[in-house]
Write a protein that binds this ligand. Structure first.
Ligand SMILES: Nc1ncnc2c1ncn2[C@@H]1O[C@H](COP(=O)(O)OP(=O)(O)OP(=O)(O)O)[C@@H](O)[C@H]1O
Length: 263
């Protein structure tokens, strides 16, 4: 059947948002955003401060007052319980702060909470996944440390391990490498890339344009609460970056990819 063939050729959607607007009180900060993220994709969201990147991620998981339709794995988030949503989407907010001296392993295990039965406790698979992702973010050996004793970059990697351990089909990450040094930024992007490649997907807000150009399949550029442009990473050019960021850019092809420098 022709229709079956078309369906099997169409990449499955991890996220499909249509006409999303968001509001803080009376103030509208997102305008009519439509965005699709397919399985196996890593999409980077770039844009100036205040353009609505964080609000967009929050709107996708019902954390702000929003209008429009958001489907995750073809299910409307409107109809999902918090627990169902947490099994499908892992959201990492921009501001990482831990005031209580919990152990690193316990914090990562919190990512498994949506999968634990009512009044149940964590099992061997939960601990195995938590340890696996601690290792992937290069935080093995820190299991017994208090999170309040960690550096900013170490804490960010622990919270990322928590997100990954949630084992969700879609990651929504708000600046996952903002506190990381270059070596760990690249290592974490490789982990995210591999996570997405395994039939899942990631939408990452980023400020490091070159890291995004190196690891993302597509780039969504935001400006004034709207998606100004979304394109394959290889098609990003200096004009679109200059228009969005209000500063001139130099973009050069390099080693099969692109590098970009603000001038
Ligand atoms: N809780 C809030 N209450 C009121 N206004 C808010 C709130 N959070 C964000 N805003 C406003 O909404 C707009 C979009 O903010 P948002 O945090 O989504 O931007 P962003 O693109 O993620 O910025 P940045 O790059 O600085 O993190 C900004 O004008 C901001 O001041």
């Amino acid at each position: 059947m022709l229709l079956d063939k078309i369906d099997s050729e169409r990449p499955a959607e991890a996220l499909n948002a249509q006409g999303v607007s968001a509001f803080y009180g009376d103030r509208q900060v997102l305008r009519d955003i439509s965005l699709t993220v397919h399985k196996d994709e890593l999409v980077a969201v770039l844009g100036p401060n205040g353009s609505g990147k964080s609000t967009m991620l929050k709107a996708f998981v019902k954390l702000v007052n929003m209008k429009g339709s958001v489907n995750i794995l073809n299910r409307s988030v409107e109809k999902l319980s918090r627990r169902e949503l947490a099994r499908m989407v892992s959201y990492m907010p921009q501001k990482a702060h831990m005031a209580m001296p919990f152990k690193v392993l316990d914090v990562v295990l919190l990512g498994r909470y949506p999968w634990v039965s009512f009044l149940g406790s964590y099992g061997t698979l939960d601990v195995k996944l938590a340890l696996r992702y601690l290792q992937e973010v290069e935080m093995k050996g820190f299991e017994e440390r208090s999170v309040t004793s960690l550096s900013g970059g170490e804490l960010q990697r622990v919270l990322l391990a928590q997100c990954l351990a949630q084992d969700a089909a879609l990651l929504l990450l708000d600046e996952p490498t903002s506190a990381l040094d270059p070596k760990h930024s690249v290592a974490v992007m490789r982990v995210l890339r591999a996570y997405a490649n395994g039939g899942r997907a990631a939408l990452c807000v980023m400020h490091d344009v070159n890291l995004a150009l190196r690891f993302a399949d597509r780039i969504a550029l935001m400006k004034d609460g709207s998606v100004y442009n979304i394109c394959d990473t290889k098609d990003v050019d200096a004009d679109m970056l200059s228009e969005v960021f209000d500063v001139s850019w130099y973009v050069k092809h390099w080693d099969g990819g692109l590098i970009a420098i603000p001038l």
